[in-house]
Design a protein around this ligand. Structure first.
Ligand SMILES: [Zn+2]
Length: 189
């Protein structure tokens, strides 16, 4: 189990993007199979809807679109039009209405018109993506700066540059290694 990047607990759309990542052994995809996708949905308190290969394609298509939105935000550019369209289409797939619940304080929940269907899941993720990129959290979206890492995170502390301590340690180790080599070259030259 990989440590979640900062912000994933606040944004399932960010967590969705980070299901594709690189490790020492190559690319890892938590959504590579319907079983993997179902497990991921459960872990993120999303309805564990039954999924076939086509459904998986819709979920990973949304993931690619949200990734493009986050990348555009971080690069301060406009995203590809198709990415915006994909996210909007997913949000429209369920005409869910906000509902107020009040045990233990006011809380907004969404009442789905497509309960138990993949549309419910895609729309929930798309709504979150729209909230994040168009809201206050948008300014915090950053790609991990560690070489070979493709995860995004929310920079809740001004100095954070990496998605995890693993990435931070890796960068520091590489920098130290470089320094040792340079010192060796300097003393031998
Ligand atoms: Zn990283």
């Amino acid at each position: 189990m990989v440590t979640a990047a900062p912000g994933e607990e606040r944004s399932p759309a960010l967590a969705l993007v980070n299901t594709r990542r690189l490790s020492a052994g190559g690319e890892v995809d938590d959504l590579a199979s319907p079983g993997g996708a179902a497990a991921w949905l459960r872990q993120h308190s999303l309805p564990a809807v039954p999924m076939g290969a086509d459904d998986l394609g819709r979920l990973t298509g949304l993931r690619a679109a949200v990734r493009e939105l986050l990348a555009a935000l971080a690069d301060d550019r406009a995203p590809q039009v198709t990415a915006v369209e994909t996210v909007n289409a997913a949000a429209r797939a369920d005409a869910a209405a906000p509902q107020l619940t009040w045990p233990g304080g006011p809380r907004r929940e969404w009442r789905s018109t497509r309960p138990g269907h993949l549309d419910e899941v895609l729309a929930a993720l798309a709504r979150d993506a729209i909230d994040v990129v168009s809201g206050d959290l948008g300014a915090l979206v950053r790609p991990c700066e560690a070489h070979g890492c493709v995860r995004f995170f929310l920079r809740e502390h001004a100095r954070r540059r990496w998605c995890s301590t693993t990435c931070g340690d890796r960068v520091r180790a590489a920098r130290h290694q470089r320094l040792v080599v340079e010192q060796r070259q300097a003393s031998s030259g």
